[in-house]
Design a binder for this molecule. Sequence first.
Ligand code: GNR
Ligand code: NI
Length: 172
Amino acid sequence: MSIRPIITAPDPRLRQVSKPVETVDDELRALMDDMLETMYDAPGIGLAAIQVGVPLRVIVMDLAGKDEEPAPQFFVNPEILDPSEDMNVYEEGCLSVPEYFDEVERPARCRVKYLDYDGAEQILEADDLLATCIQHEMDHLEGVLFIDHLSRLKRERVLKKLKKEQRLAAAS
Ligand code: GNR
Ligand code: NI
């Protein structure tokens, strides 16, 4: 297992639409293991493959609290089913948009159909933080970032700051 670098906005790779996985094999499991290690190291609660530069429809997640046992979850080719009419607002952050947090409104509940770590089909009922996080990660698979749900003014302010920081980091 190894920690891979996380791509940050406005890197154009984050705007790619990720491709479906054809087979859940050992090579894919090696990617998922690396993603999980990268996510824990960051630290974050979810990570999409495109955030480490791999344009495949793969997500890892762990919503366990600090004092709980790790509870990794793997989602291959996930699909959102039956998003609820009622919405939920969560303060979101993103490892690809470092040090910025803001409120995003999304369906409060949904079902997720996906292949698990072993390639078996699963359906999961998601609410609360799980529903928010899975929808945030699904957005990544479509090249969408949480800041795209904010006003243009906010989004451009965040992107401008990130560009400036990257310019300064490159110069030092
Ligand atoms: O670590 C993360 N925290 C988080 C908090 C609220 C809503 C979504 C997230 S996902 C984020 C990690 C990440 O960028 N995943 O793509
Ligand atoms: Ni993210």
